[in-house]
Design a protein around this ligand. Structure first.
Ligand code: 5AD
Ligand code: SF4
Length: 465
């Protein structure tokens, strides 16, 4: 047994950014398992460190270079002790700034974008071979191509025992990339054009997850509701239709999806929300701004009124739908009135939660060429006011759940002994007293209170008839 240990190499992945990166990190680690790697949570034990990076805002990008500085120190220490560590940069910063990273940070062995993950074992073998020849004169291996082949076809599925360890909920990327070109956004450049995975691939992966005990799957895509994967007969299937197919998988109890674009909320998806209990009543539908002129400058291609009418249709299909959104404050040219319009749409919708950001100029996007930048203090003040409003709404939403009985998927032991924790259909964290035997199933829980960012519940004991 100990012999096997010494042959195993350790992989440490640090993930930044969105859920798609979380999913990708797992797939990269799955791809390296057949090559003798297992993941470690301790960077000091790692033979290979991968940074899975995010380019969405300036701050997210900057983190990469400061982390690479720390990794340089780690490598120096390791080498002084007669060992070594290999370093790879993956993700969206790698895609956008591959050459620049290799130039600025010679510590890096490999730089590769999201479309090259299936080539990771090959890149690693080449990087290792280079080290043996010339450890100090190496050149980083860079792969930022958008290849023709389907990377998912070449990425191995997770081993069942690995999926079991990952827990009861799982992500499943069904769509990648974006053709919408919002003027603030790097995604069309870092993730490329919109591509959907074929239906059979998605169903097979979902079945594998459920077979390993997963109860809840969140379908991922930068534009997940633009999904248009092909079925066996070559017909294009929408996300709504895919939901019906996934609902037929025995043992799958909950289905979610994120992130959606308002323009792709089609009737099939609304019908799926009306018909399928498995499809959770929580929708992340970013609007970004409530001002029509800003929406136009952002190239969102919908108005505030159109967004509101979509919300109305959704609520008709599923009256208890909880909504979440993304907002950008301080887009170039945003006036006080534009910002008031954003507060207004938030007040009108009533969000269960929302994510909000100060506009950050991203190189290569059309927004980067716009004049009329908003001053930093103004952005700070607007962000603060927006978050105050959203916090009030979130608190009100949590409070409205008190007294209700909600189905809660119990996922883990609670922070305190004798407690367990899980999630409501509306993605709220719920804590309750109960034994760990409850973990792994959906239980009826009476909501008896709220605490910061979560609900407090009591297991509902079924009444004898
Ligand atoms: N500046 C600020 N926020 C941004 N987002 C995307 N690009 C930018 C940017 N340049 C936000 C949007 C998007 C979320 C993922 O990040 O709100 O929906
Ligand atoms: Fe960040 Fe967008 Fe890349 Fe996700 S897809 S990691 S949000 S830049």
């Amino acid at each position: 047994m100990t012999e096997m240990r010494t042959n195993t190499k350790k992989l440490f992945i640090k993930t930044y950014g969105c859920q798609m990166n979380v999913y990708d990190s797992d797939r990269m680690s799955d791809a390296l398992v057949p090559h003798g790697y297992e993941t470690t949570l301790d960077i000091n034990h790692a033979d290979l460190v991968l940074l899975n990076t995010c380019h969405i805002r300036e701050k997210a990008s900057e983190k990469v270079f400061s982390e690479l500085g720390r990794l340089k120190e780690l490598q120096t220490e390791r080498r002084a002790a007669g060992g070594d560590v290999m370093i790879g940069v993956a993700g969206c910063v790698a895609q956008a700034e591959g050459e620049e990273i290799a130039r600025r940070a010679p510590v890096v062995d490999m730089v590769f974008g999201p479309q090259a993950y299936h080539k990771l074992p090959d890149m690693l073998a080449r990087a290792e071979a280079q080290r043996h020849v010339h450890p100090t004169m190496k050149q980083a291996i860079i792969d930022t191509d958008f290849p023709e082949e389907d990377k998912f076809e070449h990425l191995p599925a997770a081993k069942k025992e690995v999926t079991i360890k990952r827990g009861l909920t799982a992500f499943l990327t069904v769509q990648e990339g974006c053709d919408k070109f919002c003027s603030f956004c790097v995604v069309p450049y870092t993730r490329g054009a919109e591509v959907s995975r074929p239906v059979s691939q998605v169903i097979a992966e979902a079945r594998g997850l459920v077979d390993a005990g997963v109860k809840e799957i969140t379908l991922l895509g930068q534009n997940v509701n633009a999904y248009h994967g092909l079925d066996g007969s070559g017909r294009s299937v929408t996300l709504g239709e895919l939901a019906y197919l996934l609902a037929d998988i025995p043992g799958l109890e909950r289905l979610r999806y994120t992130t959606s674009h308002p323009r792709d909320m089609d009737d099939a998806l609304m019908e799926a929300h009306r018909d399928l209990d498995i499809l959770m009543p929580y929708l992340h539908l970013p609007v970004q701004s409530g001002s029509d002129s800003i929406l136009k400058a952002m190239n969102r291609r919908h108005t505030a009124a159109e967004y509101m009418s979509i919300i109305e249709r959704i609520k008709k299909a599923r009256p208890d739908m909880a909504l979440s959104g993304d907002f950008i404050v301080g887009f170039p040219g945003e006036t006080d009135q534009d910002f008031e319009d954003t507060l207004r749409i938030i007040a009108d919708v009533g969000y269960a939660s929302a994510y909000s950001f100060k506009y950050s100029t991203r190189p290569g996007t059309p927004g980067a060429n716009l004049g009329d930048q908003v001053a930093e203090e103004v952005k700070n003040e607007r962000l603060w006011r927006l978050q105050e409003l959203v916090n009030t709404q979130t608190t009100a939403f949590h409070a409205s759940c008190v007294g209700k009985t909600l189905p809660v998927l119990i996922e883990r032991p609670g922070r305190m002994a004798g407690q367990v924790g899980g999630r409501s259909p509306y993605l709220q964290a719920v804590h309750l007293d109960g034994s760990t035997d409850l973990i792994g199933a959906i239980h009826q829980v009476e909501i008896i209170g709220t605490s910061t960012n979560s609900l407090v519940g009591r297991l509902k004991v079924a009444q004898a008839a």
